[in-house]
Design a protein. Sequence first.
Length: 170
Amino acid sequence: MTRTIRVAGIVLESVTDGPGIRLALFCQGCHHNCPGCHNPETHDPAGGREMTVEEITALYNSDPLLSGITFSGGEPFLQPEPLIIIADHVHAAGGNVIAYTGYSLSQLRKLQETQPGIGHLLDRVDLLVDGPFILEERSLLLPFRGSANQRVIPLNEGEGKTLAEKINSL
Ligand code: SF4
């Protein structure tokens, strides 16, 4: 399993990428080309820098204030294998996992038929925010989302449901 990941950036104590204080990992590479994208520098899959999963998990361990990790981008589901390892680490440390994606959940379920890593990553994500950024549906009022088409989807009844309830109560 790949133990390196191309990263566009990291924010150690983010309060804008989901409930609580989170490690926000911005993955490098995206092919959705949403008009109005705020992070075009994340699109080139060869851009950013390469990090090992150990570097990222060490960063997570270094901060006791963190309640979880958020995979954002870029498109995180282009690099599922290292994210699986990181998600397992965060869960073992008692944290939760949020992932953003420009795909819809149904598109990811279809992709997992030929790319099982995508399914294995979905198995480890507590809360998914899905769908591309649509400029015409942009909203500054929606917590933790850029446009109204994007859905907050709990992928389990535990942490996922709790995170969704927190977002929906804002
Ligand atoms: S999915 Fe995100 S990073 Fe990719 S083009 Fe759309 S808004 Fe930009």
